[in-house]
Design a protein around this ligand. Structure first.
Ligand code: FMN
Length: 179
């Protein structure tokens, strides 16, 4: 995978659009909708079979993905604010809802993510929060250790209950959308 240099330009998508993808149990993409292709700048064949770190932005703290995978591996769903990197280096923020999918017998089938456009206020708040996580990660050379420290800081800054923290932000977003 070649390294893409961030352009610093933000791209956006429709308020009523959803960026959707599904993966197999290893996290390799098995489905990408047309909005995902358009916004990320990749064609469907370039996304299928790849892990989602294809769109990973260097400004995303490791701790956020540590929390995401920790929650998913416990069989829980998780909300996250994520800034992603498009194929030309542009970035786009998403409000993601990621869920594990199980067969009726309880076997893990894969994961599913729906992403919508976050309100600018949410982007501003999470940019500030992620800056603090990145600062905490920077001096730690071991990536796993950096991710763990950063995840603990995220939980601390969120007041331990990450879901309640996120839902209060989500409610604010929904209230703004209703106006
Ligand atoms: C269903 C699903 C959707 C994901 N979506 C994204 C995404 O949009 N952007 C992203 O950077 N990582 C996403 N991830 C997390 C990636 O798998 C990966 O953990 C992350 O990009 C960090 O990559 P790294 O460990 O190589 O640093 C997703 C994971 C799953 C299971």
């Amino acid at each position: 995978m070649h390294k893409i240099t961030p352009s610093g330009r933000e791209r956006t998508f429709g308020e009523h659009e959803l960026i959707v993808s599904k993966t197999d149990p290893r996290g390799l993409i098995t489905y990408a909708n047309s909005v995902f292709c358009r916004v990320s700048g990749y064609q469907e064949y370039e996304l299928l079979g790849k892990p989602h770190n294809l769109v990973r932005h260097p400004d995303m703290p490791r701790g956020v993905f540590r929390l995401l995978w920790h929650r998913l591996q416990l069989g829980h769903e998780v909300f996250a604010m994520v800034v992603n990197l498009a194929s030309n280096g542009d970035h786009y923020w998403v409000l993601a809802h990621v869920t594990p999918s199980f067969s009726p017998q309880g076997t893990l089938l894969g994961y599913h993510s729906n992403r919508r456009l976050p309100q600018p206020a949410l982007v501003k708040e999470f940019s500030g929060l992620y800056q603090k996580l990145l600062e905490a990660e920077r001096p730690i050379s071991n990536p796993k250790q950096a991710a763990e420290v950063s995840m603990q800081l995220l939980l601390k800054l969120a007041g331990q209950d990450y879901d309640n923290f996120f839902f209060s932000r989500l409610n604010k977003q929904l209230q703004r959308e209703a106006v």
